[in-house]
Design a binder for this molecule. Structure first.
Ligand code: IPE
Ligand code: IPE
Ligand code: MG
Length: 238
């Protein structure tokens, strides 16, 4: 496949609709989450051919703790299993994995696996896969503000230096470019607290497909549509 010169450099995906996918089949919601996890592999593998260098996926939000204890526990087990099972292939396929979100509330066994995967893939130079786990945009911005205030208090930062270039250095995403395209599956047209600061100028695609049905083919079609968009960033075209 010839790489698309107008491909988005960074795509962020709100992977929604796992529960409904399972319910439509009369199955427990967790089964939908397992089906969704299988799709992640296909989409990550499609990135190099499609010209996508950064892929960020929303796996668990700071609001998802409101779900039943059994769904939350099942999701945490799934994340651990996913990391154990996929670590080898991700490393071999040159994928660099990072996690964003607040790790403090996560169980130590999961945090260890996350740290291990980041370390094991730190030298990889292919697709940059970022997994948002216990992530919330408002939570990220407030944690950043807290760290920044601390640096001011210690005299490391002069408040007059704070601008839209210095502030993002305190965000979880400090090494990542801003997303060019945010995709949400399942037909919901909202961003549910995802990458609030970073997506200020992103393009959005709200797709009716439920996440477990989101194929590499559909992904490729969305990217073609993105290539036809005119991004102006507030300017007027010459
Ligand atoms: C997205 O699917 C996965 C997570 C939020 C963990 P949902 O579980 O939100 O699926 P629906 O929206 O209920 O169908
Ligand atoms: C957003 O989906 C979070 C993830 C995909 C992880 P939700 O299903 O939690 O969002 P709402 O509740 O529909 O806004
Ligand atoms: Mg949902």
């Amino acid at each position: 496949m010839t790489p698309n010169p107008r491909a988005p450099h960074h795509v962020a995906i709100i992977m929604d609709g796992n529960g409904r996918w399972a319910q439509l089949r009369g199955r427990p919601r967790l089964l939908g989450h397992h089906a969704g996890a299988r799709r992640v592999k296909e989409i990550v593998r499609a990135c190099p051919d499609l010209g996508v260098k950064y892929l960020t996926i929303f796996a668990f939000s700071t609001e998802n703790w409101k779900r039943t204890q059994s769904e939350v526990a099942g999701l945490m087990r799934l994340f651990k299993r996913y990391i154990r099972r996929e670590a080898h292939d991700l490393k071999a396929e040159n994928v660099r994995v990072r996690f964003i979100g607040d790790r403090v509330k996560l169980e130590p066994a999961l945090v260890d696996l996350m740290d291990g995967l980041e370390l094991a893939t730190a030298e990889n130079t292919g697709t940059n896969l970022t997994i948002a786990l216990n992530y919330g945009g408002r939570d990220e911005v407030t944690r950043a503000a807290r760290r920044l205030a601390h640096d001011v208090k210690l005299g490391k930062l002069d408040p007059r230096q704070i601008c839209d270039e210095t502030f993002p250095r305190y965000l979880d995403t400090y090494v990542l470019p801003d997303p060019d395209l945010v995709i949400r599956t399942s037909g919901e047209a909202r961003i549910s607290n995802f990458l609030l600061w970073q997506s200020a100028y992103a393009e959005y695609e709200f797709i009716d497909t439920l996440w477990p049905d989101f194929s590499a083919q559909i992904f490729a079609e969305v990217l073609v549509r993105y290539g036809l968009r005119d991004r102006r960033f507030g300017a007027v075209k010459a």
